[in-house]
Design a protein around this ligand. Structure first.
Ligand code: HEC
Ligand code: HEC
Ligand code: HEC
Ligand code: HEC
Ligand code: HEC
Length: 377
């Protein structure tokens, strides 16, 4: 019997016995043979791990956002990643056309076993990114890439489409913040191979982050069920990085020789190099918005993220930012993309390139912005 078929049966048996059947979705009715029930102790471990993870957290905003919708569904444009049925619709496991969600999904599902344990995932297919680029998936991680890819492309995507022919420092009716969405880690990891960031014309960009053997793919680092670092966890990192013993020690690692953020400190960690750049990018965006757009911009971690600001703090009544220019939109896109994908660990080179180019692009439109001596990798 095929491994996936066997696992599917085991998973179903377990699902019945633990009451998670409600999450499962199948187009066929599978009658589970009694024989596989007894030795399935190990499966229970997988289920426990999964049940405590973010993927199973049915109370989280990522699965509850649509609770108040009139028809009780997750719209087709969101269901690919926010409903197990929507995911299976997207990859064609429900018999429908692949790479498109045909219909809204009922609310109430999470990222369940059946999303990752199926023929689609086992076939290591090519995954299509929002930029339109296709990449053959690393073994066993096509599902990760399909959801953790963001929803908007930069250049070659919706960002450039929205900008159209508007001159770099002009404002325009159609201009608005384009959000790359959350945890676009698959796109970050692949760099220019997926083109998830806004890549400036005339520059070259790093492809996937070639880290080291054994810590290259999503599931070589993340346990696919707990989502934390996979067994043996930080002990694995220690074989090469003695400074890493527990979370968040990975933020102490420095392998790069370059002073990306140009602050003169070549001993700080890569995390701090990237953070130094994101801070400078935000400062440059604020200066640019004041000098060129006329209205200073502010950033907050919460929706709508960018607001019209007068003191650096989001006060009640401060509205969503409206005075976008193409340069500001590109910078905002890259800022969100790097900060919400843990760029420092998933692809430090690509992150540094996007951030430096964004700052330099703003400076090209506003001569008051002073550039540090960035070292672009
Ligand atoms: C390509 C996959 C994908 C698509 C399509 C997608 N999302 Fe998401 N979304 C994610 C991932 C991954 C997260 C997890 C982010 C987190 O918890 O920080 C997320 C998180 C969210 C959250 C929770 C944010 C929070 O603060 O916890 C909301 C709300 C959301 N998405 C709304 C939407 C809406 C609305 C749509 C459709 C217009 C949509 N998403 C389409 C992948 C996607
Ligand atoms: C986000 C994707 C994902 C989800 C959700 C998921 N798994 Fe897995 N699971 C994997 C991957 C990937 C592997 C292979 C791990 C490896 O190669 O180290 C795996 C391995 C397993 C294995 C070991 C057998 C094998 O084929 O390697 C079992 C058993 C298992 N999962 C059961 C479950 C059960 C039960 C659930 C739901 C309670 C579940 N999984 C949910 C991705 C997932
Ligand atoms: C069907 C879409 C989907 C698939 C497939 C998927 N994820 Fe997720 N993932 C999400 C969503 C949505 C969230 C946010 C859940 C929440 O906020 O509770 C998330 C959260 C996470 C988190 C954050 C955990 C935390 O504690 O904050 C990690 C890490 C993660 N996923 C890794 C993976 C890996 C590795 C794979 C592949 C083995 C994978 N995901 C497959 C949609 C998906
Ligand atoms: C080298 C090991 C490694 C690899 C490979 C890796 N990750 Fe991560 N990932 C981490 C670590 C460590 C963190 C925690 C970072 C932190 O909190 O500073 C993390 C964080 C995350 C988060 C949460 C981000 C956030 O900001 O909350 C998601 C989602 C995620 N990884 C998904 C993935 C996916 C999908 C892949 C494959 C494309 C992947 N990771 C590959 C080590 C790795
Ligand atoms: C087999 C050796 C090896 C293992 C195991 C390993 N790393 Fe690395 N790590 C490296 C090398 C080599 C680099 C530099 C790669 C480069 O920049 O091209 C690096 C770079 C990094 C960086 C980025 C810093 C930079 O300057 O490039 C982080 C963060 C990191 N590792 C974290 C981890 C974590 C977390 C783990 C455990 C999950 C881990 N590493 C496991 C060898 C390893």
């Amino acid at each position: 019997m095929k491994k996936s078929a066997l696992l599917a049966i085991l998973v179903l048996v377990l699902a019945v016995s633990t009451g998670v059947l409600g999450y499962l979705y199948s187009t066929k009715t599978v009658t589970a043979p009694e024989a596989v029930v007894s030795p399935s102790l190990a499966i229970g471990d997988y289920t426990d791990k999964w049940a405590a993870s973010a993927h199973a957290n049915s109370a989280s905003e990522a699965f509850r956002h649509w609770d108040d919708s009139e028809d009780g569904t997750v719209p087709a444009s969101c269901a690919q990643c926010h409903a197990s049925t929507g995911f299976k619709d997207y990859v064609g496991l429900d018999g429908s056309e692949a790479l498109v969600v045909d219909q809204p999904a009922k609310i109430g599902t999470v990222v369940d076993c059946s999303v990752c344990h199926n023929d689609y995932a086992e076939s290591n297919p090519t995954v299509v990114f929002p930029s339109g680029l296709e990449v053959a998936s690393d073994a066993g991680v096509a599902s990760c890439w399909t959801c953790h890819q963001g929803t908007e492309g930069g250049i070659n995507g919706s960002l450039d489409e929205k900008i159209g022919t508007t001159a770099p420092d002009d404002k325009g009716e159609s201009l608005a913040f384009v959000n790359p969405h959350y945890l676009s880690v698959g796109a970050m990891y692949l760099g220019s191979e997926a083109n998830g960031g806004y890549q400036y014309e005339g520059k070259t960009y790093a492809g996937r982050f070639e880290h080291a053997e054994g810590v290259q793919t999503c599931t070589q680092c993340h346990d696919p069920h707990t989502l934390h670092l996979a067994d043996p966890g930080y002990a694995k990192c220690q074989t090469c990085h003695s400074e890493v013993t527990t979370y968040p020690d990975q933020r102490k690692v420095r392998r790069t020789k370059s002073d990306y953020d140009g602050d003169g400190d070549v001993a700080e960690s890569t995390y701090d190099e990237i953070n130094g750049l994101t801070e400078q990018l935000l400062t440059a965006m604020i200066a640019y918005s004041e000098n060129i757009g006329g209205t200073p911009i502010g950033f907050s971690e919460n929706y709508p993220y960018w607001f019209a600001d007068n003191d650096g703090i989001q006060d009640e009544g401060e509205k969503s930012y409206a005075d976008w220019t193409p340069r500001l939109m590109r910078a905002a896109f890259n800022y969100k993309f790097v900060t919400r994908s843990s760029g420092y660990i998933h692809n430090p080179t690509y992150s540094a390139q996007l951030l430096i180019d964004s700052i330099e692009d703003l400076a090209a439109g506003d001569s008051n912005i002073t550039l540090a001596s960035y070292v672009r990798p």
